[in-house]
Write a protein of this length. Structure first.
Length: 472
């Protein structure tokens, strides 16, 4: 037991872990209510995402906190070149399942599973915690103990409970009978309170996420019995008060890690999930106009783009000023990806110097990353330089696209230069017209890229083949 006269700041500066109930919790009182009123008046116009990374052959794995931002909540720009912004230094020295919560005072707290790698048979009573003023820096790193049971503490998340004047920290654990959600109540994410069962529907569950909206608390979870996602509702947010609203939801072969998000504009709600297999690390999404109902429509992958190799994410609304500060602090990517319009699960990549569209995810990660530079033959155009093979460019040879080193000749520069136009199938996307064969456009055929004669009179399928999204 830690003496109560020892300050939390002293403990945290010393890098010590803080056991359950070790320090007395302060009360928030009227201050919490005032802050809640300020938060409700905030104008959120963007979103921040936190995540860790895994790729099929593990070369793209990162068990640390990653950040991305989005203006529309669907298309994401990774920050810091898709590199970590915070890395645990204690416990397993790695994290999974990060969660970002805006606290009642407007600042943030970050929670995460204390686990590194893909070995899951470890029971850990602790989670990682950081404080952050605005996500441009992370302070007071600590590991906090949630319980003394011989079980895991996976996928911690949190939400504010006004009736308790406390935050509820929920997490996946085994209560000796089955996998349930546990909860601890806290005011400061240091003193974690006594654990208790939060949600036990009588079958194994995993990955709970709570969205407070209006007079309701909405819990998204995975049923481990049928491997589908569900949404439940409670009017109080109290333990064992949730009633399931939906039938099972699934896209792909496997899904987990649900995220409930309310759109900043209009009455739209999104439910995200991702495949738990790193070999198929794909995000899926649904949309509904009524989170209190059972009408969730799948969103096609043409509509959204998640960060490369992102896993088990968290999404929180932010202001335009916060978005600008994040981009200024961590930097926008110095590369892009090209997403196929009619096969939106595929991206342009090079493999053995052949340029093709392949399903995401893929390794090496950088095969799908391109620097869009001024055209080698015409600076008003664009050339595509490989990220992992600098000095090599996408060029056509006998109409087929290849990745070749810059020969420095006029012919090479012309072959490697394209003019970006409005997408032939969708003007909001892009098409690329050859510089030296201006009647020909880059398109995929048999998954390989080439330049072919195309125009508005061409068949719709051909125009779709020649349409790409310049994304991240």
């Amino acid at each position: 037991m830690v003496p109560r006269h020892v300050s939390r700041r002293t403990l945290l500066k010393a890098g010590l872990t803080v056991p359950v109930g070790a320090l007395a919790a302060p009360t928030l009182g009227a201050t919490g209510t005032a802050h809640a009123a300020l938060l409700s008046a905030a104008t959120y116009s963007a979103y921040a995402m936190g995540y860790f990374k895994e790729s099929p052959n593990q070369s793209g794995d990162s068990y640390a906190l990653q950040l991305a931002v989005s203006s529309d909540g669907l298309n994401w720009m990774p920050l810091n070149q898709n590199n970590p912004v915070a890395t645990p230094t204690a416990g397993m020295q790695g994290l999974r399942d990060p969660y970002i919560l805006r606290k009642q005072d407007g600042t943030f707290v970050v929670l995460a599973t204390d686990l590194k790698g893909r070995v899951f048979n470890l029971d850990n009573q602790y989670i990682h915690v950081w404080d952050s003023a605005n996500l441009t820096g992370f302070t007071n790193y600590r590991r906090v103990r949630l319980h003394t049971m011989n079980t895991h503490s996976w996928a911690p998340e949190a939400f504010w409970v006004p009736s308790r004047n406390r935050y509820a920290v929920i997490y996946s654990a085994n209560n000796g009978t089955r996998d349930v959600f546990m909860v601890n109540y806290t005011s400061d994410f240091v003193t974690m309170g006594t654990p208790q069962v939060f949600f036990d529907p009588g079958f194994n569950v995993l990955d709970g996420d709570v969205l407070a909206d209006g007079a309701g608390f909405y819990l998204a979870y995975k049923n481990l019995g049928d491997n589908n996602l569900y949404v439940a509702r409670s009017s109080t947010g109290e333990p064992n008060s949730f009633t399931t609203l939906t039938g099972g939801l699934r896209q792909g072969n496997a899904i987990e890690a649900p995220i409930l998000v309310k759109s900043n504009t209009g009455n739209a709600f999104w439910l995200w999930g991702d495949s738990f297999s790193p070999a198929n690390a794909v995000f899926y999404a649904w949309q509904s106009s009524n989170v209190n109902g059972d009408a969730w429509s799948p969103i096609g992958q043409r509509t959204y783009t998640a960060p490369i190799n992102a896993k088990h994410a968290t999404i929180t609304p932010i202001t335009a000023a916060e978005q600008a500060a994040l981009v200024n602090r961590w930097g926008a990517p110095q590369w892009n990806r090209l997403k196929s319009y009619n096969l939106p699960d595929r991206y342009v990549r090079h493999a053995n110097n052949i340029v093709r569209i392949d399903p995401f995810p893929m390794d090496p990660t950088a095969d799908q990353q391109w620097r869009l530079v001024p055209g080698l033959a015409d600076p008003a155009g664009v050339s595509f330089e490989s990220v992992n093979f600098p000095g090599r460019y996408l060029r056509h040879s006998n109409y087929a696209l290849r990745l070749d080193p810059n020969a420095g000749t006029p012919a090479f520069r012309a072959d490697a230069t394209f003019h970006r136009t409005a997408g032939l199938a969708d003007g909001a996307w892009a098409s690329f017209r050859s510089y030296n064969f201006p009647d020909r456009y880059v398109r995929h055929s048999g998954y390989e890229l080439r330049i072919d004669p195309l125009g508005t009179g061409s068949a719709l399928a051909a125009r779709q083949d020649a349409t790409f999204q310049v994304t991240y």
